[in-house]
Design a protein around this ligand. Structure first.
Ligand SMILES: Cc1ncc(COP(=O)(O)O)c(C=O)c1O
Length: 416
């Protein structure tokens, strides 16, 4: 159910612009960020800007005291433009180019993702006559679910790292570690066990590599309840309580100064976002009712993508999550902003020249009229940034931040 103040803001904005848009609620973002900070004292937080790079949203999260998890040179630049210092921008991504490293070295803490990157950063730092303090992304001997490692493209395998002679790389000084095991975890116990494994990994790095551990970056994973029937909210209070003892032990072993960092995008912005579009046609075909709206998969791809994935599954099989593109079926709530009380079964489809632009099939909604506004929930994370907004040259959806004092902020700059 969309909150009344958000409904009112959506109606007003749609009357003005008559094209689809995202509305992000600043109050929700601040509440989510504040909850994390209150429930998990002793941790630092980085905003994973890849989740939603709309500048007023980014500034809202940073305004809550978050640093930045950047995954590209442009994301590093966005952090710099927002006034963050090098200490508060951690740049971690596989496949960084020489240009990426040269352009970011002074502005962000680089996290080397491979043996090649270690050597490349060392060479570039050497040319500049400096010793760069960096982090290393590790592919550890555990995952969130098991005590064994798994092959993958991210980071350096733990065993490979421990057999390296890092001392010969005289222009870098590894001072932190980073692992991102997965996104969208709702079980506090699973996260707590993962954090314990991470702290043990940090200790192994200190013992085997002689690292001065300035930071342990635990990556993301804080999940959001997508399906109100099947999911429960992540219990951040429990996670905080259970992690407090772990933190205490860690600090007793490694000292008080090690920064323990959690990255998150989804947790702070997902539920703050609503996608709004308008009904442009209504049809019946062979007994089925179709409500056509503007900009479906080209405006907000994830509902259509979920239906596409379901279409390829064998009968009765469950789809595996594939973040950030697909979380689960029925992750999003559809609502029509209308006083109509009579409901009917409809499919929500779009105005593109493809049958794949189907956002929902056979759901119950109030009887729609052309011009009604359809809203879709949980559109704050991995939504605009993943959608093919150029497809079919339809109007590109707008983005607005509804501020806590009722203003609508927009952004005409590149980082939208
Ligand atoms: C390295 C890294 N950190 C953090 C995140 C964000 O995590 P979450 O989806 O849990 O907000 C991602 C998402 O892909 C990521 O790749």
């Amino acid at each position: 159910m969309t909150a009344p103040h958000i409904q009112a803001a959506i109606q007003k904005k749609m009357a003005e612009i008559q094209t689809p848009f995202y509305l992000y609620d600043q109050g929700t973002i601040q509440a989510q960020a504040t909850r994390l900070k209150e429930h998990l004292p002793g941790f630092e937080f980085l905003y994973s800007i890849k989740t939603n790079s709309f500048l007023p949203v980014v500034k809202t999260v940073l305004g809550c005291g978050f640093g930045l998890d950047a995954a590209s040179l442009r994301e590093v630049q966005a952090g710099v433009d927002c006034g963050l210092s090098r200490r508060d921008i951690l740049y971690s991504a596989p496949g960084k180019t020489e240009r990426d490293i040269r352009g970011s070295m002074d502005h962000a803490i680089l996290i080397a993702d491979s043996l090649h990157e270690l050597a490349l950063i060392n060479r570039i730092a050497g040319e500049r006559g400096i010793c760069a303090e960096i982090g290393i992304r590790i592919n550890p001997d555990f995952t969130m679910d098991s005590d064994h490692g798994a092959p993958g493209k991210f980071g350096i395998d733990e065993a490979q790292l421990f057999s390296c002679n890092l001392a010969q790389l005289t222009h870098i000084r590894p001072v932190g570690i980073h692992v991102h095991a997965r996104s969208q975890e709702l079980n506090a116990q699973v996260l707590r066990r993962y954090y314990a494994n991470m702290f043990a990994l940090a200790e192994r790095c200190v013992q085997k590599l002689g690292m001065e551990m300035q930071f342990i970056n635990l990556g993301g994973g804080l999940g959001v309840a997508y399906s109100t029937e099947q999911d429960s909210d992540l219990d951040t209070a429990l996670l905080g309580q259970q992690s407090a003892a772990l933190l205490q032990e860690l600090r007793a072993k490694l000292g008080e100064n090690t920064r323990v960092i959690i990255e998150t995008g989804r947790y702070v912005v997902c539920t703050a976002g609503t996608y709004a579009t308008q009904v442009v046609d209504i049809k019946e075909s062979y007994g089925n009712k179709y409500v056509l709206v503007q900009n479906t998969l080209n405006g907000f791809i994830r509902p259509s993508l979920a239906r596409l994935i379901a279409g390829y599954l064998p009968e009765g099989a469950a789809a595996k999550a594939n973040e950030p593109l697909f979380t689960k079926m029925d992750a999003f709530d559809f609502a029509l902003l209308t006083d109509e009380e009579q409901t009917e079964q409809v499919s929500i489809v779009g105005n593109l020249c493809t049958g794949a632009d189907s956002m929902a099939a056979n759901i119950r909604l109030p009887r729609a009229k052309i011009g009604d506004i359809l809203t879709i929930s949980k559109a704050g994370s991995y939504a605009y940034v993943l959608s093919p907004v150029q497809f079919s040259s339809q109007p590109v959806p707008g983005q607005f931040l509804l501020t806590t004092d009722g203003r609508m902020e927009e952004c005409s700059c590149a980082a939208r």
